[in-house]
Design a protein around this ligand. Structure first.
Ligand code: SF4
Ligand code: SF4
Length: 389
């Protein structure tokens, strides 16, 4: 697992025509490569065997409730931002069989579930996604109760980060201080410089494992001009964020506004479809399901992703706690931006913008926070008479 690294690390140059060697070297070291590829009109994270499977020459256009892939006018390998999936699908599996049971002489015998985890190399991890992985590290491994499934997957990965050289329409990592440059938590970090004259990667190692891979690649030290080109691209990305979230006193803003009428307003649009939680790289809630086959001889226990947007999620002792849409949206946003800080010492949002893109009605959490602030600025949060949960 990579450690924190100093920000003044040296950078090497890897020509874009040699990127396939990164794949080959990682494969020779026994890694299974996972990275972005084009499927069903979106960029998803899947197992890759060759550099040609990267979505070279493609970019994404994103707005509230909108995602579209279009051709770029260059051959950049990483000229897009984040798609509907995040790396959590590999670290915190969407569905995991915990154990099986078999009827045996009138009783049940529990069979342990063998768990074989590949040594993944994640290629193309963005800065906001590194921040999301760090948050899930804290959730699953930071307290007294460590999730053994997450730990096992997490320990084995090699991370190739990619600094964002363009911002998406829904990105706001700059205001969350999580991007667009990867600062820590990677083994290698690439900055792609692609213009009419040149196409190369600035490469920085962030761990001894990263240094080892870099040394196996054909590279040379970057000139000052090449480093300046990379820095300029990152600065432009920072300036061109599609969205911004004002985080000043954000936790208390949410705590002060539990009864703000804004929640009723957003609830009239929200479909409680749970998309926002499924695509969020930090949401981690799960449910447990026990299933049997028709013979009654076999049973299985599964852990599956769940969402605070379902009524079943808050079902306790004969009823659901959060019946209304208002209560569920308020729970999600307040947990994400406020109670998460009390629980884990960090915001639960890294500014990736996925929940805005993949919300079918385009609900935008940055707008919702702005709405809460505006209602206070307009004479204090109006209070509803009752909380119609
Ligand atoms: S809340 Fe939305 S913007 Fe924030 S990390 Fe989750 S999906 Fe990304
Ligand atoms: S905010 Fe949007 S994505 Fe989230 S549950 Fe409501 S409708 Fe679905």
């Amino acid at each position: 697992m990579p450690e924190s690294i100093p920000s003044n690390r040296t950078q090497a140059v890897l020509q874009s025509s040699k990127l396939h060697l990164l794949f080959e070297v990682l494969q020779k070291q026994g890694y299974t490569i996972v990275g972005p590829t084009r499927r069903d009109g979106a960029l998803v994270y899947e197992q890759l065997t060759h550099v040609n499977e990267l979505p070279q020459g493609w970019t994404d256009q994103q707005a509230g409730g909108t995602y579209r892939l279009v051709r770029r006018d260059d051959q950049a390998y990483f000229g897009y931002v984040v798609g509907p999936q995040s790396w959590k699908k590999f670290l915190h599996a969407p569905a995991l069989r915990l154990w099986r049971a078999k009827r045996d002489n009138g009783t049940f015998q529990i069979l342990a579930e063998p768990e074989s985890v590949p040594r993944y190399a994640f290629v193309g991890v963005r800065a906001c996604e590194l921040a999301a992985i760090a948050i899930q590290d804290q959730v699953f491994m930071g307290g007294a109760y460590i999730d053994p499934h997450y730990k096992k997957r997490r320990e084995n990965i090699f991370i190739v980060a990619v600094n964002c050289t363009q911002a998406g329409g829904n990105c706001f990592c700059a205001s969350m201080h999580t991007g667009p440059q990867a600062a820590a938590g990677f083994d290698l970090a690439l900055t792609e410089v692609c213009d009419a004259e040149q196409h190369f990667f600035l490469v920085a190692a962030g761990s001894p494992a990263g240094e080892k891979i870099l040394h196996a690649l054909p590279h040379r030290a970057a000139t000052q001009a090449e480093q300046a080109s990379g820095a300029r691209l990152l600065e432009q990305t920072s300036q061109n964020m599609g969205r911004r979230l004002d985080t000043s006193d954000l936790k208390n803003l949410l705590y002060r506004n539990t009864e703000n009428p804004r929640w009723e307003e957003v609830a009239r649009r929200c479909l409680t479809c749970a998309n926002c939680t499924m695509v969020c790289p930090t949401c981690f809630c799960t449910t447990i399901e026990d299933v049997t086959d028709l013979t009654g001889e076999h049973a299985e226990r599964w852990r599956k992703w769940d969402s605070c947007f379902t009524t079943a999620f808050s079902y306790i002792h004969g009823g659901s706690i959060r019946v209304s849409t208002k209560a569920r949206y308020r729970q999600w946003l307040t947990h994400k931006l406020a109670t998460w800080i009390d629980q884990f010492g960090t915001s639960g949002c890294v500014g990736c913008g996925r929940c805005i893109t993949w919300c079918p009605v385009g609900i935008d959490l940055t707008e919702e926070v702005r709405g809460l602030r505006a209602s206070e600025a307009g004479g204090g949060a109006a209070q509803t008479q009752t909380d119609s949960d």
